[in-house]
Write a protein that binds this ligand. Structure first.
Ligand SMILES: Cc1cc2nc3c(=O)[nH]c(=O)nc-3n(C[C@H](O)[C@H](O)[C@H](O)COP(=O)(O)OP(=O)(O)OC[C@H]3O[C@@H](n4cnc5c(N)ncnc54)[C@H](O)[C@@H]3O)c2cc1C
Length: 410
């Protein structure tokens, strides 16, 4: 079925992938081929991933046995999706990519973050930052995961103010560069081949980007322990001490922080899809729970006060999904603005916090144990709320667009 036909045809009830958590049938925007790929992902997640989630969350480890099978599902540029290239040069349409993130996050926020570290963050760094020749060499390897990378921007002393505060330095020496500094929170670094490191060129003061070998001399990785959110996802503190990177491994199209901001625009939209998927997962888990659990001789779901909470959760999921679908449609036409993805990330994350709290609430005491999925969603939502720009920073981006006044102080 063509995309144009799919847009006009409601998805038949019995073949719908998303049922209640896609109340207004956004799924009808997908082609049959796209839905088939997503259905394949769904079966894998239900069969292979779901049984491992609680145990690995508690252990604070990523279930590595899922990594290669997930890669083998060929989700980034699936062979059967042969649509016209989208605005980002991808053959897979934006709406498919959004639902891929939604599906992963609906199962688990760490799985979605793990996949998006490669398919979103690192791929975006290469797509926006690499020259045409570099892209020709690297993009196929990024797509099939034979070149795994991570996005190393945040620093121990600079998170929200990274644009002005970035202090990792890059010094040119002949045909190579020497990097010194530290990076914090970098997701997936331990299993990456290269680290996309953003550093300030001491010669002109501008931010540039480099693919540093993860095993290069001078690179030290330390796992960040004791996280209370996204426990399965591994985040690293990275120290760079005189790390050498050849000029050929510099991303040639990154010449100032403006180029980094263009990457963040695309990545924030992905996180808005994650925040939406987390809500869908929490809502579905809560609905299951209140249907099964009985008090006062009746299912919890039969009480008026519980039904009001279910309706609010569904309203939040539906509002978020409508928002990200429309944003993605705009971006698929090549229309990108900082304030659009900032608004989507801010609002979906705000709604997510309420949705997961309501889900936890209707599950009572069991809502804080890993036996019910709502507890995992509830805890993990806090990391999604803060990464890729906090609530305040995204609000300030929107505020700047509305008033023409920048409230950032640096
Ligand atoms: C699980 C996780 C994974 C991550 N993965 C990566 C990754 O792969 N790569 C990467 O580069 N980074 C990553 N990050 C970093 C993330 O982007 C930062 O945590 C985020 O940008 C916020 O920075 P910060 O934590 O230093 O908070 P801070 O900047 O210290 O902010 C603390 C609080 O102060 C508020 N605040 C700051 N400035 C202002 C202001 N001007 N006005 C009002 N309020 C303000 C913030 O909104 C926030 O509430 C990750 C973070 C987490 C938690």
């Amino acid at each position: 079925m063509s995309a144009a036909t799919a847009e006009q045809t409601p998805t038949a009830e019995k073949t719908r992938l998303y049922g209640l958590c896609d109340y207004y049938d956004a799924e009808s925007l997908l082609t049959e081929e796209e839905r088939r790929v997503l259905g394949r992902l769904r079966s894998f997640l239900d069969r292979e991933a779901q049984p491992l989630l609680a145990e690995y969350w508690e252990r604070g480890e990523f279930p590595q046995q899922l990594a290669q099978p997930l890669i083998d599902l060929d989700l980034m540029e699936p062979g059967e999706l042969t649509g016209a290239a989208g605005a980002d040069g991808s053959l897979a349409r934006g709406i498919y990519q959004g639902f891929r993130i939604f599906e992963l996050a609906r199962t688990d926020a760490s799985l979605a973050t793990w996949y998006t570290a490669q398919a979103g963050l690192f791929r975006t760094a290469i797509r926006v930052g690499a020259s045409a020749e570099q892209q020709a060499e690297w993009m196929p390897k990024v797509t099939d995961f034979s070149l795994k990378g991570v996005f190393s921007l945040t620093e121990p002393d600079s998170g929200s103010d990274i644009a002005g505060g970035l202090s990792t330095t890059a010094r040119r020496e002949g045909d190579s560069w020497v990097l010194d500094g530290a990076k914090r929170w970098i997701g997936g670094a331990a299993t990456a081949d290269v680290l996309a490191v953003f550093a300030r060129d001491v010669a002109d003061g501008q931010v540039k980007a480099f693919l540093a070998d993860r095993d290069a001399d001078g690179v030290t990785l330390e796992k960040i322990h004791g996280k209370t959110a996204l426990r399965m996802m591994q985040n690293a503190h990275i120290t760079l001490d005189g790390v050498r990177v050849p000029e050929s491994m510099r991303l040639h199209n990154v010449n100032s922080f403006r180029d980094v901001a263009a990457m963040l625009r695309a990545m924030r939209s992905d996180v808005a899809w994650i925040a939406t998927g987390v809500q869908a997962g929490a809502f579905e888990a809560a609905l299951r729970y209140v249907t099964e659990r009985r008090q006062f001789g009746r299912p919890l779901g039969s009480f008026q006060l519980v039904q009001e909470k279910l309706a609010r959760m569904l309203g939040n999921v539906t509002a978020s999904l409508s928002l990200v679908v429309r944003l993605t449609e705009q971006q698929s036409r090549g229309f990108y603005r900082d304030q659009d993805s900032a608004l989507a990330k801010m609002q979906t994350s705000l709604l997510m916090r309420e949705t997961v709290a309501l889900a936890r609430e209707v599950a009572g005491g069991n809502g804080i144990t890993l036996e019910s999925d709502v507890a995992r969603f509830h805890a993990d939502a806090e990391a999604v709320y803060s990464y890729e720009g906090t609530h305040e920073i995204n609000a300030l981006i929107v505020g700047r667009a509305l008033t023409g006044e920048s409230a950032f102080t640096r």
